[in-house]
Design a protein around this ligand. Structure first.
Ligand code: MLT
Length: 212
């Protein structure tokens, strides 16, 4: 087990019984980028911020791209596998159960979370994907029964093709995941509405988990 494969920062929970947020930045961010937003999504939750291993002219990313929205699929697959291994190792090292983990990713961070859902089902069981697209068409349908996903998408987002977001939601649903897709009148940037929608969704998820 090694957790040295990815630069990361773990902040323990301040409120017992809260989830652990796996925080995944957009292109050019780092392991701390989503820390200021996390308390608005899940107050008191533990935070695991992870930095993407790829540098694109100095901007951190989780996998290589050939052009905007055109991904290097071999690199994406290899990085997704290494990322999934890291998440499992971090779970054992920091002592949180995979079932308590909620991935929260923005843009490129949402896309690595999506590829992890598709290629390594079970590693991420709940995910909030802000401005995600379909990173790749999986060769085999993943088994995603019991997986919960919230996608918030922007109607005026010029970086993320609408049909790609729709296709991601469709594949996840066809694979058994419970998917909420929320289209908003916004562009690529995160808004208060995104945070509010995520907060409500997580409160519902964690409440349902406690009740169930
Ligand atoms: C990606 O490369 O993952 C998407 O195009 C979003 C981004 O610009 O990071």
């Amino acid at each position: 087990m090694t957790i040295d494969t990815h630069i990361h920062e773990f902040v323990p929970a301040q409120t017992p019984g809260t989830p652990t947020l796996l925080l995944l930045h957009g292109t050019g961010g780092d392991e701390q980028s989503l820390f200021p937003l996390a308390p608005r999504i899940a107050p008191g939750a533990a935070m695991l911020g992870v930095r993407g291993n790829v540098s694109e002219h100095g901007s951190n990313r989780y996998f290589r791209r050939i052009a905007e929205g055109v991904f290097d699929i071999d690199d994406l697959i290899a990085r997704t596998q290494a990322f999934a291994d890291f998440v499992l190792s971090a779970s054992a090292y920091y002592g949180f159960a995979p079932s308590s983990l909620i991935a929260v990713g923005y843009s490129n961070g949402a896309n690595i979370a999506a590829s992890t859902l598709l290629l390594r089902p079970g590693v991420i069981q709940r995910a909030v994907l802000f401005r995600a697209m379909l990173p790749l068409e999986p060769e085999q349908p993943p088994a995603l029964q019991g997986t919960q996903v919230l996608i918030t998408a922007g109607r005026f987002d010029n970086l993320i093709p609408h049909e790609s977001t729709d296709r991601l939601a469709e594949i996840l649903r066809d694979s058994g995941a419970d998917v909420t897709l929320s289209w908003q009148n916004v562009d690529h940037r995160l808004t208060q509405d995104d945070l509010h929608t995520a907060h409500q969704w997580i409160a519902h998820q964690t409440g349902a988990q406690k009740d169930g």
